[in-house]
Design a protein around this ligand. Structure first.
Ligand code: NAD
Length: 361
């Protein structure tokens, strides 16, 4: 059956890096008969310029009809002074909420060739390959009531509500167990069950769901300890699953273990593994249009799409191996450049991945 992909390049470096990921998808589509069909749409500032809104109706329709979305990035100086309701970022948030993408997957993989980019000691991070599953549409970022109120004594008080229903915990737990099944079958659920009743429930429900996945080893950890362990001994983890706010913080820690923003992909999935795939970085307006951005995070996002939405781990693995080989050839985009390497632009890096795919075929 044809697998439909909505391609939304967005703004800044978005079109440049997405073009390289599409090159890779096109090659594999022909080489492995993946039956992928790509259709383009506008989002963010580019959509605002064309239609006066960062999230046009036709983009929503395209994304809803697709099995997966490949996104570049949105935003840039040009649109910073717009009303917040029509800023590029609204397009992205609208898409996430319309598609009910509640499971955010962020792998942190350290390529041996880039070990010097990490701020941690080589022995702590070498071989690192972990994945954080963050709940994306609930928890304290969305809980009601919220606000700032005036107390009787004249003092202002800010308040937010941490809230998770059993069904919200169940669905993220299922996603995390299923992702763990595709990796090394170890899942660590992170909470603060010793202090927060809401995450005590989180722990109970995750444990309950775990009984349906006897092939995955489940453990639990308090978030303060998890933050410490991520920088002390990150390789002890395979998959971590946690709430929206804890995941926000822990996934940034884990991303930085690898030290290179241009290398890190992400996926946001719904209950049926339909997903949006995008690099974790933004639109990098400072280098946009120069053809120098690192396309590997986007290419690796395409690999995640093949693994998680299309169940083609074979094709995903080929891309990941090809990225590894491309890095072995000592070419580097500016963000990961170090002395003695050959500095190249986005297109040459994309070409190197294609060459490695051809060699490995
Ligand atoms: P950014 O991630 O765009 O850039 C931070 C720094 O990293 C910049 O120096 C940039 O040149 C560099 N960088 C980022 N990606 C790179 C790549 N692939 N190759 C080489 N260098 C790269 O973050 P920012 O500067 O804070 O934000 C710029 C714009 O992007 C803003 O409008 C922001 O709102 C938007 N943004 C969008 C997303 C998204 O679309 N998901 C995420 C974050 C920021």
């Amino acid at each position: 059956m044809t697998k439909k992909i909505a391609v939304l390049p967005g703004d800044g470096i978005g079109p440049e890096i997405v073009a390289e990921a599409v090159k890779v998808l096109d090659y594999l589509n022909a080489d492995m008969s993946l039956d992928l069909s790509l259709e383009y749409g506008l989002i963010g500032g580019a959509a605002y310029d064309a239609h006066g809104t960062p999230f046009p109706e036709q983009t929503l329709v395209l994304a809803k009809q697709a099995d997966a979305v490949l996104l570049g990035a949105v935003g840039g100086y040009k649109w910073e002074s717009l009303d917040i309701a029509v800023r590029p970022e609204k397009g992205l948030l609208g898409l996430r909420s319309e598609l009910q993408l509640f499971a955010n997957l962020r792998p942190a993989i350290l390529y041996p060739q880039l070990i010097s980019a990490s701020t941690l000691k080589a022995e702590v991070v070498s071989g690192l390959d972990i994945l954080i599953v963050r709940e994306l549409t609930g928890g304290i970022y969305f809980g009601q009531p919220r606000g700032v109120r005036l107390l009787d004594n004249g003092e202002k008080q800010g308040y937010n509500t941490l809230v998770y229903s059993e069904s919200e915990i169940r669905r993220i737990a299922h996603s995390a167990f299923q992702v763990a099944q595709k990796r090394n079958r170890r899942l660590c659920s992170v909470d603060k069950a010793n202090v927060l009743e809401c995450t005590e429930l989180w722990r109970q429900v995750v444990t309950e769901i775990g009984r349906q996945y006897p092939d995955v080893e489940l453990s639990h950890m308090y978030v303060d300890n998890a933050a410490m362990q991520l920088v002390r001994a990150p390789k002890q983890f395979d998959v971590l699953v946690t709430t929206n706010m804890f995941g926000d913080i822990l996934s940034d820690i884990s991303a930085m273990l690898t030290g290179s923003i241009g290398m890190l992909p992400s996926a946001s999935l719904d209950a049926n593994n339909k997903g949006m795939y995008e690099p974790i970085h933004g639109s990098a307006p400072d280098i946009a249009g120069k053809g120098v951005a690192n396309p590997l995070a986007t290419i690796l996002s395409a690999a995640m799409m093949l693994r998680y939405t299309f169940n083609r781990s074979d094709a995903a693995g080929r891309i990941e191996d090809a990225v590894n080989k491309a890095l072995n050839s000592n070419i580097r985009t500016a963000d990961i450049y170090s002395e003695g390497m050959q500095k190249v632009g986005s297109a040459a890096m994309g070409d190197a991945v294609i060459s490695a795919l051809k060699e490995g075929a």
